[in-house]
Design a protein around this ligand. Structure first.
Ligand code: CAA
Length: 258
């Protein structure tokens, strides 16, 4: 399928979605969000795709929601369209792992989109921020909620109230991103991580993802309970038998996703 605002390719077991509105620094227009949703639907349905990578250009992952598109919206437009929620959170319901590979600007909705992914790998030129306050508005796709859970109240307040950007090093130190690599190494590093995950059992990968995400939705005791029940469920799989047999027999496991 051809898209207007993104590029889509498959490399081995990894589906790669590249945001592609270079003239607007990948601003997240409604057309781009529609394309992104359709590409995620296609990769989710493709049996040969086991991990998804979401990335942008060297200059911008995404500079936020499209300001030119939303500038004239009224309250009633925003309310009736359920603006920002509709389509945006498609990435959060994806069951396959989604890795954000972020270079350059990840601002406003761009930062929020990266935070919807399962992990963020940043290039050393990455800049994260929630600058909506400078536009007389506020984060509307999870910035006040996800950023606060990821980096804590004080830094989330700092970012959302001042609208300043944080560089990759600061983002790594406060736990927003899992790794920082030189810009030239970003794609290779992310593809290596994606292939490593793709080689595991897909159903077990999905269970792990669901369990980690549960930590953000429940109390500790409910989360531990969910984890334990899911851990028990892994013993119903062929892949648990294979994984443990391979360890004991000192060989590599051969998972069948069963
Ligand atoms: N929406 C629409 N167009 C955008 C855009 C955005 N979010 N960000 C950049 N662009 C466009 C610019 O208008 C410009 O287009 P023209 O050449 O047609 O004028 C082009 O991209 C290049 O941008 P700049 O000339 O500004 O590039 P720069 O290198 O000087 O600055 C920047 C880069 C600091 C990222 C700056 O573009 C900027 O501040 N962008 C806006 C960032 C922002 O405020 N994001 C939050 C949006 S609101 C939001 O996201 C709400 C939400 O919670 C979902």
């Amino acid at each position: 399928m051809a898209y207007d605002n993104i590029l889509v390719e498959t490399s081995g077991q990894v589906g790669v979605i590249t945001l592609n509105r270079p003239k607007a620094l990948n601003a997240l227009s409604s057309g781009l969000i529609r394309d992104l949703g359709a590409a995620l639907d296609a990769f989710e349905a493709a049996p040969d795709v086991r991990v998804i990578v979401l990335t942008g250009s060297d200059k911008a992952f995404a500079a936020g929601a499209d300001i030119k598109e939303m500038a004239e919206k009224t309250y009633m437009d925003a309310y009736l369209q359920n603006f920002i929620t509709q389509g945006w959170e498609r990435v959060t319901v994806c069951r396959k792992p989604v890795i954000a590979a972020v270079a350059g600007f990840a601002l406003g909705g761009g930062c929020e989109l990266a935070m919807m992914c399962d992990m963020i790998i940043a290039a050393d030129n990455a800049k994260f921020g929630q600058p909506e306050i400078n536009l007389g508005t506020m984060p509307g796709a999870g910035g006040t909620q996800r950023l606060t859970r990821f980096v804590g109240k004080s830094k989330a307040m700092d970012m959302c109230l001042t609208g300043r950007m944080m560089d990759a090093d600061e983002a790594w130190k406060c736990g927003l991103v899992s790794r920082v690599v030189p810009l030239d190494d970003l794609r290779e590093t992310v593809m290596r991580i994606a292939e490593t995950i793709a080689d595991k059992s897909l159903p077990i990968t999905m269970m792990v993802k669901e369990a980690v995400n549960t930590a953000y939705e429940t109390t500790l005791s409910q989360g531990i309970h969910f984890e334990r029940r899911t851990f028990h469920a892994t013993f119903a799989t062929d892949d648990q038998k294979e994984g443990m047999a391979a360890f004991i027999e000192k060989r590599q496991p051969s998972f069948t996703d069963r």
